[in-house]
Design a binder for this molecule. Structure first.
Ligand SMILES: [Zn+2]
Length: 249
């Protein structure tokens, strides 16, 4: 141990991971990074900016190694991205405070999605672990925390890109119009009479499918020609189908 201290490592990161690297490291070619001769490969990868939950296989000179591996120096390290689609536990998702629109859209698609806008990092991490939900975040520091059981970096500056990324990553089974966008509660079919006190004038004529949230009581309605949210559902189903086609190839 330590004999090769000071020797650099050569590293090559999968394209999907290069956004986490410093700009000078972002080309496709392997690059050399300083190595203290003692740190684990997982530590080296994270100190270069890449959170381990985003990492798939690690290869040292072509041999798969665990993230606890201590390179001897001089090896070529390949860092692969986590393979897609990734399994989504039935315990569902927990979204970071900055992902409110994404949370609403995931609920629209029927995914069990916890979201609050007032949780600090420690509380988010503890809740993800306790409830066994996948934490979706754009906070790299949070994803690097060892205690987090299962996290995922969401790519994209706006909710459209973010939604496409999450759907591509998990290819989840969608159940549109089954969850409340406001509170994640289950929706049940309702009659016009039941929801009428909650409807705007004109809604009664135009819409013919009504539902009600079992948790907060909010009413939802849809017409035959769905509008913006129905278009979002259509796009989401196409994104998942495209991922399944690519996976099947
Ligand atoms: Zn609700």
């Amino acid at each position: 141990m330590g004999v090769m201290a000071g020797t650099g490592l050569r590293l090559r990161f999968a394209e999907e991971l290069r956004l986490f690297l410093a700009p000078r490291y972002r080309s496709a070619a392997p690059f050399s990074a300083p190595y203290d001769g003692a740190s684990s490969l997982g530590h080296v990868v994270q100190s270069l900016g890449v959170p381990l939950p985003e990492v798939g296989r690690l290869l040292a000179d072509g041999q798969e190694v665990p993230d606890s591996h201590r390179p001897r120096g001089g090896e070529l390290i390949d860092v692969e991205a986590v393979p897609r689609p990734q399994r989504l536990p039935e315990t569902g998702l927990l979204l970071d405070v900055h992902l409110g629109t994404l949370a609403r859209w995931l609920r629209l698609l029927g995914l069990d999605t916890e979201y609050r806008n007032d949780l600090d990092d420690d509380t988010l991490l503890a809740r993800a672990n306790t409830d066994r939900r996948v934490l979706l975040t754009q906070d790299r520091g949070l994803l690097k925390r060892r205690a987090l059981w299962y996290g995922c970096y969401v790519r994209g500056a706006g909710p459209d890109e973010q939604l496409a990324d999450v759907l591509d990553r998990f290819a989840p089974r969608l159940a549109p119009w089954t969850r409340c966008m406001a509170c994640n509660g289950r929706l049940v079919v309702a009659t016009k009479d039941e929801v009428e006190p909650l409807l705007q004038p004109g809604t009664r004529r135009t819409y013919d499918v009504f539902s009600r949230c079992l948790s907060c009581g909010r009413a939802y309605w849809r017409g035959a020609h769905g509008g913006r949210l129905a278009a979002l559902v259509d796009r989401a189903q196409e994104t998942v189908a495209a991922r399944e086609r690519r996976t099947g190839e």
